[in-house]
Design a protein around this ligand. Structure first.
Ligand code: CS2
Length: 477
């Protein structure tokens, strides 16, 4: 089938994915979209290149009614595309040399929450749904967040109408103990409600609803028009829901699924009793250096993570953060050697085909620091030693957030930091005020004098002498 005709030029565009058969070089992972069994909240690129790929692999290996109902919050593009493309979309694995497209088809239904209010809750109450997965970003984990409120209302409906059929909610966001956090938040919403059945609902949540924690890992940048164009060229069709990701992918999930789950282990996931050691390694040895690279890069006007980590000084700073300040705070899972993993991570960040922007990784800074840095700071404080690379990370965050690029980073703490910056006579005073007066760090860490002194010193170096000099100052050179 030919694609749309351009009204001005008469040029026939590429057909949309799914209109004609797939080219021989593009593999389709599952032949048929399975009936719904999973509700996913947050239909972004990461979900499409991660959990959906594992589910497609699981269904391809073992079958099962594990189609995904995808709920997008606001954005219509992906929902429109998936509807047009009968649930199909392309995931491309990319490196400098590789461009490997695969077609995923596991989304049985999709909706946009702001257009169909109540749809997510209706699905949550449907006994066909046995698993809910979530990628809603770190900032949605709060009792007053729309996501958590919606989940609580949906669970209430399920408890009433589906005879309380058991299910599990799996957080796939980068937060320590994400499942436990989610359980606590949902429980708090119910406790604070005036719902008559509150007590029964709470005991049902306790006995019949699983909140497994999970560690997710794959670098998946926001898709670009260039990717879409490349797919037209390489695959011969247009795919408005396509996404690209790195070859590396990992998912470790606590095996707490009272109503069953897809055979994700057949697609490479690890099912475990306790995801904590994996989560800690992920946050401290992947996400923390990612943030450092992003903010140092942003401060020097470097556009992508790959370009930033190609700079010897920035790569060295990231390696020291991992080796000196993060690895010594970890009890890694059996078989994981932090030194070897560090090199794997740095090589992943060097992937030039990803085009992952420093602005994307640098966004939502205060929320990310709370998950990536604060727990390790607690360890160092109790040991009475100052982690200098962690202080550099904090200073880089504080300066990037008030830099000209900072406003676009969407950090909830941004406006307050910009106010403190404007009110402070020197960068050093700003650093002190940010640590002492803002909600960036827990009080005891904000009040930790030696750490504050290191951040203040490195803030001064960053501001007066620039990134390379501050990196040298962090190692005391
Ligand atoms: C990144 C993560 O944007 C960010 O904050 O650090 O999205 C990172 O790419 C993934 O967690 C990698 O698994």
């Amino acid at each position: 089938m030919a694609g749309p005709v351009d009204r001005l030029t008469g040029h026939v565009g590429p057909p949309p994915l799914g209109a004609a058969g797939l080219p021989a070089r593009v593999r389709r992972v599952v032949d048929r979209v399975p009936p719904p069994g999973i509700l996913h909240v947050g239909l972004g690129g990461f979900h499409r290149a991660h959990q959906a790929v594992y589910t497609a692999g699981a269904v391809a290996a073992e079958g099962g009614d594990w189609g995904i109902v995808g709920a997008a919050h606001r954005s219509r593009d992906v929902v429109d595309a998936l509807r047009r493309q009968a649930g199909l979309y392309t995931v491309v694995t990319v490196t400098g040399e590789r461009f490997e497209p695969e077609v995923i088809g596991v989304h049985a239904a999709t909706h946009v929450e702001v257009d169909e209010p109540g749809a997510t809750e209706t699905w949550l109450a449907d006994p066909a749904i046995k698993v809910v997965t979530l990628t809603v970003t770190e900032s949605a984990y709060a009792t007053d967040s729309a996501v958590v409120q919606r989940l609580a209302r949906g669970l209430r409906r399920r408890h009433r109408s589906a005879d309380g059929a058991p299910l599990s909610l799996v957080s796939c966001d980068n937060l320590p103990g994400n499942g436990r956090v989610l359980r606590r938040l949902v429980t708090e919403v119910v406790e604070r409600s005036d719902w008559a059945e509150r007590a029964r609902l709470l005991s049902w949540l306790e006995s019949d609803v699983g909140f497994p924690s999970s560690m997710v890992d794959r670098v998946v940048p926001a898709p670009t028009p260039a990717l879409r164009q490349r797919i037209v060229e390489r695959c011969g069709y247009d795919d408005a829901a396509a996404v690209a990701g790195e070859p590396y992918s990992a998912w470790v999930v606590e095996d707490d699924f009272p109503a069953g789950r897809p055979a994700w282990e057949r697609a490479g996931a690890v099912l475990t009793g306790d995801a904590t050691p994996y989560e800690q390694v992920k946050l401290r040895l992947v996400n923390a250096p990612h943030s450092l690279i992003a903010w140092l890069g942003l401060l020097d006007g470097v556009g992508t993570i790959a370009e930033a980590v190609a700079r010897e000084d920035i790569e060295g700073a990231a390696r020291r953060l991992m080796k000196d300040d993060m690895a010594p705070t970890l009890t890694p899972p059996p078989g994981l050697d932090p030194a070897a993993f560090t090199e794997v991570v740095l090589a992943r960040f060097a992937n030039t085909a990803l085009g992952h922007t420093t602005a994307q990784v640098g966004s939502l800074g205060s929320v990310k620091l709370a998950a990536r840095l604060t727990p390790a700071l607690g360890v160092w404080r109790s040991r009475g030693a100052v982690p200098r690379s962690a202080a550099l990370l904090t200073a880089a965050y504080l300066l990037a957030t008030v830099s000209p690029a900072g406003e676009a980073l969407g950090d909830p703490l941004g406006p307050e930091l910009r106010r403190l910056w404007a009110d402070s006579p020197t960068p050093e005073r700003y650093a002190r005020a940010a640590l002492g007066e803002s909600a960036l760090l827990p009080q005891e860490i904000g009040a930790w004098g030696e750490f504050a002194a290191a951040v203040t010193e490195l803030m001064g170096a960053l501001h007066q002498h620039g990134v390379p000099a501050a990196i040298r100052a962090a190692v005391g050179a």
